[in-house]
Design a protein around this ligand. Structure first.
Ligand code: URA
Length: 236
């Protein structure tokens, strides 16, 4: 129990033992007495100071990343998405699966499941990522065709994989939807730049078949449900 407590909170193993000895932990509703007690991750409950802990093996969070925050684990100088994770979700090994630029908003998946992160990020898996972008000039026929065929970026030998580009809102600064199955550095921005367009605002709105929850305010996160994991991987 002490090992599990240390892994699922920010307490050390030593402090976890103290929490148990001082009666602050409940195991299946009863005050825990021994750090050596076995805990069933599937069936048991653990409470710390009356608050239920999430003890299951892995945690998957959907965050609506604000602009200005790094999608890195920790940074000595700048705020990161992990700094925004509320206390009840903090546990050892959490990291953001994939990166958004500092000025990009939207869906960041945060997990402690390395295998899962690999599955959604591996280039060969082609899990589509959907972005909304506001750009500084019109969407042309040439751009629509170029995105569909595969944009040739500056400084790259191979063209990008085909991507979908859709105009959502016309105007001087049109709003577009871009669906990518790759994750090259600054890819959306560089694809538009290949046509002389600058991206003024960028937000990731979906990963696989899982759409960013519109009830999540900027900087908030929530747990991803089991059935949503399937949607993310595109099975349903
Ligand atoms: N493409 C970009 O240019 N930036 C991002 O953050 C994500 C995709």
């Amino acid at each position: 129990m002490d090992k599990l407590l240390a892994a699922r909170t920010e307490f050390s193993r030593k402090d976890a033992k103290k929490l148990i000895w001082t009666g602050r932990v409940r195991h299946n509703g009863k005050i825990a007495v021994s750090p050596d007690a076995k805990v069933d991750l599937e069936k048991d409950t653990l409470e710390l100071d009356g608050k239920m802990l999430l003890i299951k093996e892995h945690l998957y969070l959907m965050m609506n990343k604000p602009a200005g925050v790094l999608s890195a684990a920790r940074d000595p100088k700048q705020p990161t998405v992990l700094d925004l994770v509320p206390a009840e979700y903090r546990r050892t090994g959490l990291f953001p699966a994939g990166r958004l630029d500092k000025d990009t908003e939207g869906f960041v998946l945060i997990t402690d499941d390395g295998d899962f992160a690999h599955r959604i990020l591996a280039p060969k898996k082609h899990v589509p990522k959907t972005y909304h972008a506001r750009i500084d000039g019109p969407v042309t026929e040439q751009m629509l065709q170029g995105f569909a065929e595969g944009v040739q970026l500056e400084d790259e030998t191979e063209p990008c994989l085909p991507a979908q580009l859709r105009l959502l809102q016309e105007g001087d600064e049109p709003l577009c939807e871009v669906v990518l199955t790759q994750g090259m550095f600054h890819q959306v921005k560089r694809m538009f730049l290949a046509y002389g367009r600058r991206v003024l605002w960028l937000k990731r709105v979906a990963m696989g078949g899982l759409v960013l929850d519109e009830n999540l305010a900027s900087g908030q996160c929530r747990e991803i449900l089991d059935k949503e994991i399937e949607m993310l991987l595109g099975k349903i």
